[in-house]
Design a protein around this ligand. Structure first.
Ligand SMILES: Nc1nc2c(ncn2[C@@H]2O[C@H](COP(=O)(O)OP(=O)(O)OP(=O)(O)O)[C@@H](O)[C@H]2O)c(=O)[nH]1
Ligand code: SF4
Ligand SMILES: [Mg+2]
Length: 413
């Protein structure tokens, strides 16, 4: 996969924060060597987060996120600042910009507190160091001491430049934003992995979808043999292979028929369960699935989707999941929906949160939401785990994770 084609959800997210006019956009332009972000002496030039995918050697594909000043004022300004802070949910590494010769303000201090609370790695930039190089170096040392993470003097327009800051960012970046693989840790070199795809009218023409491609790639990287079949061809393929697969992964839509063909001693799961683990906290989502059984008619349920995709007639989030949940509960539930980056402030009001698979979101964002739900004491499940539970296939789909099967009452593995 080239850097250009790496989906945003798989890239390390590096976000730039600071007050208005701190030099955030200039820094991003200098680091990416492109004039992507608008720069001007007018405070509040950047009003909405701007995402810039790029290659940052040797880290690989990243997304640089430019944000609006966190000290913005007035009603609109405060909304803009709040939107900048929302970016923390998806930030793998934060860069805090403080202009040379200026003391950090209250907004900077609050941001640092929040970074510490979340455990988000950070690097500081004393920007505009060309104005007073020696003073900026001394300031960087003071700020590093005060805030507890490295600060570096830099300039977007002249010496000392941004090369040293770039090295600092690379050194501080978490190694891999998706530290939990899709399936690589479930297989060994030489193992046989069978992937079952469902090519119905809804499948994209002429290609496989991302989780399928990613699974094949991970199996190959692990030195395993990956065989991809359609569900009707599975029985014949298993006979022809003459070897016991170490793992079978299927499209959830055909889990039922596939589970009848795959002998019970072979670990079987679905792409959506693997994605739930890769993107979030599978154990917490499985706990959320158990909460479905405690729902009562009239309970409030939040359905959250991280993008605002075009809704189809039999939409999963607005039609199918509400229908299946109400059938299970035996009465009406009160549904509310959250689309995009915003989540309601008072999660305590809900008995359950059902989150989408987050294919457009990074792991950091999914984990932030799971932690928020935990902090509010509200169970959270995602579409994949929820549907698996409602269709009675969750215990079998957890067979590659016997420790999680116990959460469902010891029925798996
Ligand atoms: N001398 C000097 N001026 C700089 C440097 N970086 C930015 N500036 C100037 O500082 C002003 C603000 O820069 P921006 O990059 O727009 O700052 P920002 O933090 O993105 O500002 P907002 O989007 O308004 O929050 C502009 O006039 C830039 O030309 C620098 O390294 N040296
Ligand atoms: S699973 Fe993907 S496409 Fe569906 S709502 Fe979530 S982010 Fe959007
Ligand atoms: Mg800006």
């Amino acid at each position: 996969m080239t850097a250009q084609r790496t989906p945003s959800s798989q890239r390390l997210h590096i976000a730039f924060f600071g007050r208005r006019n701190a030099g955030k956009s200039s820094l991003i332009n200098a680091l990416s060597q492109q004039a992507v972000s608008l720069v001007s002496p007018v405070a509040g030039t950047t009003t909405d987060p701007v995402r810039r995918p790029m290659e940052l050697h040797p880290l690989g594909p990243v997304v640089l996120i430019d944000t609006a000043g966190i000290d913005d004022e007035g009603e609109l300004g405060r909304l803009r600042a709040a939107r900048s802070l929302q970016i923390l949910d998806e930030t793998d590494l934060a860069v805090l910009a403080v202009p040379a010769g200026e003391e950090p303000g209250e907004a900077d201090a609050r941001l640092v507190e929040e970074l510490k609370r979340r455990g988000t790695p950070a690097v500081g930039a004393v920007t505009m160091a060309d104005r007073d190089p020696a003073g900026a170096v001394a300031q960087a040392e003071r700020l590093a001491e005060r805030f507890g993470f490295p600060f570096w003097a830099c300039s977007s327009v002249g010496p000392p430049g941004v090369a040293a800051l770039r090295q600092r960012i690379i050194a501080a970046a978490p190694v891999d934003p998706s530290e939990v693989p899709l399936l690589a840790d479930l297989i060994a070199p030489g193992d046989l992995v069978v992937l079952v795809v469902h090519l119905d009218a809804g499948a994209p023409k002429g290609r496989l979808i991302l989780p399928q491609v990613q699974a094949i790639r991970e199996a190959l990287d692990a030195g395993a043999v990956a065989v991809t079949v359609r569900e009707p061809d599975l029985a014949g393929a298993l006979r022809a292979l003459g070897r016991r697969p170490a793992l079978v992964v299927t499209d959830s839509q055909v889990f039922g028929p596939v589970s009848k063909v795959v002998p019970s001693e072979i670990p079987l799961t679905s792409f959506s369960i693997l994605m739930a683990r890769h993107k979030g906290d599978l154990a917490e989502l499985v706990r959320g699935a158990r909460a479905i059984d405690k729902l009562r008619p009239g309970d409030r349920v939040l359905i959250a989707e991280t993008c605002t995709h075009h809704q189809q007639k039999d939409d999963i989030g607005t039609v199918k999941i509400p229908r299946w949940l109400q059938e299970r509960v035996g009465g009406k539930l009160q549904f509310e929906w959250a689309h995009g980056r915003e989540m309601p402030a008072d999660l305590e009001a809900y008995r359950l949160i059902v989150h989408c698979g987050g294919c457009m979101a990074n792991r950091r964002l999914m984990l932030s939401r799971i932690r928020r739900a935990q902090a509010a004491g509200v169970p959270i499940v995602n579409y994949g785990v929820c549907i698996a539970h409602l269709h009675g296939i969750l215990p079998r789909a957890l067979t590659p994770f016997p420790e999680l099967g116990e959460l469902m009452g010891g029925s798996a593995g």
